[in-house]
Design a protein around this ligand. Structure first.
Ligand code: AMP
Ligand code: TRP
Length: 325
């Protein structure tokens, strides 16, 4: 099986976009060659409250286990427990160029309108490249918004290899068949996001079933009443994509069920489908989060496994660059 690596920031509660774009896919076809990471070093690129960051790191790990990641099969760990990430990140900062980083759309979006932008927010994609390359990763399961960062990772790895000798495997992003970009329920022209969406626009994994239903019933819709996907129907297309992602059916197929019925029926059934799909994960979350000691212990074991792979790659990179320390 291909080696996989992916990461998620503990910068807020995980939402349905995270689940469809990333988490649900991590929980599918698990293998000892798959490595997943709660990327807390990435979360400090914007101001964070230390106590909240610490709590959210454990909470996100609990969600990932609850969604079905099996610690006896895959490796799950917290990024800051494996110092190799920061160290390879520095070396790669001396391979990536400002021209490349200036093109990153996530940086442009996150820095726009901010009075003071941290250097770490700018060099963030290079740390992400280090995350991926340390594990000789072939596939990076992510949502659409991360495609550009994975392409940068590939370019940096290729440059490193040609300058210093074969060191890294060249990775590629893998996207879900539907739901690579779940949109905000209130603003279907913007992605569902931890940082920019209003509460009504985001379904949190931690929302209860009544809240989930209310948010879906109040989701904005498009003009007309016909249920079908299409560029002139961004809101309904998004609802159909979510429906498809949680049922494994195709959006067109689902739309056919609502021929001659309205948006209300679609939303009611969608709310039920989302709640039914998330129910086991939500139940397990409560159990896992109730035992933080066991959670920390699992993560510590994960970090040990991750480090044994990461240390080997870092060592090769250091030697090939000519670092003699
Ligand atoms: P983040 O919350 O930014 O750390 O994102 C974690 C993962 O969720 C990444 O793979 C993202 O591409 C994915 N993701 C975030 N938001 C969405 C969304 N609205 N739709 C689909 N995938 C998403
Ligand atoms: N930048 C990613 C995001 O915002 C998170 C991330 C960090 C990541 N390192 C990674 C994703 C490595 C995939 C692989 O969603």
């Amino acid at each position: 099986m291909a080696r996989r690596f992916s990461g998620m920031q503990p910068s807020g509660e995980p939402h349905l976009g995270n689940y469809v774009g990333a988490i649900a896919r991590w929980a599918q076809d698990q293998s000892p060659d798959h490595v997943y990471c709660v990327v807390d070093l990435h979360a400090i690129t914007v101001p964070q409250d230390p106590a909240a960051l610490r709590a959210q790191t454990l909470e996100l790990a609990a969600w990932l286990y609850a969604a079905g990641l099996d610690p006896d099969v895959v490796t799950l760990f917290v990024q800051s427990a494996v110092h190799e990430h920061a160290e390879l990140g520095w070396i790669l900062q001396c391979v990536a160029t400002m021209g490349e980083l200036n093109r990153m759309t996530q940086f442009k979006d996150k820095s726009a309108g901010r009075g003071s932008v941290l250097v770490g927010l700018y060099t963030y994609p290079v740390l992400q490249a280090a995350d991926i390359l340390l594990y000789q990763t072939e596939e990076v399961p992510v949502g659409e918004d991360q495609r550009q960062h994975v392409e940068l990772t590939r370019d940096v790895a290729q440059r490193f290899n040609s300058r210093f000798g074969e060191t890294f495997v060249l990775p590629k992003a893998t996207l879900p068949p539907v739901g690579a970009r779940i949109m905000d329920l209130q603003q279907p022209d913007r992605k569902m996001s931890k940082s920019t969406s209003t509460p009504a626009g985001v379904i949190l994994l931690g929302d209860d079933e009544a809240t989930t239903r209310r948010k879906i019933m109040r989701a904005v819709t498009d003009s007309g009443s016909e249920v079908r996907p299409g560029p002139d129907k961004p809101a309904v297309t998004n609802l159909l994509d979510v429906f498809a992602a949680v049922t494994g059916r195709s959006p067109v197929d689902i739309a056919a069920d609502y021929d001659g019925r309205g948006y209300g029926d679609l939303k009611r059934d969608l709310a039920e489908a989302v709640n039914a799909h998330l129910r086991p994960t939500r139940t397990r979350y409560a159990e896992i989060a109730a035992d933080p000691g066991a959670l920390r212990e699992q993560l510590r074991k994960g970090a040990g496994r991750a480090q044994s792979v990461a240390a080997e790659t870092l060592d090769r990179a250091r030697r090939n660059v000519g670092l003699a320390g």
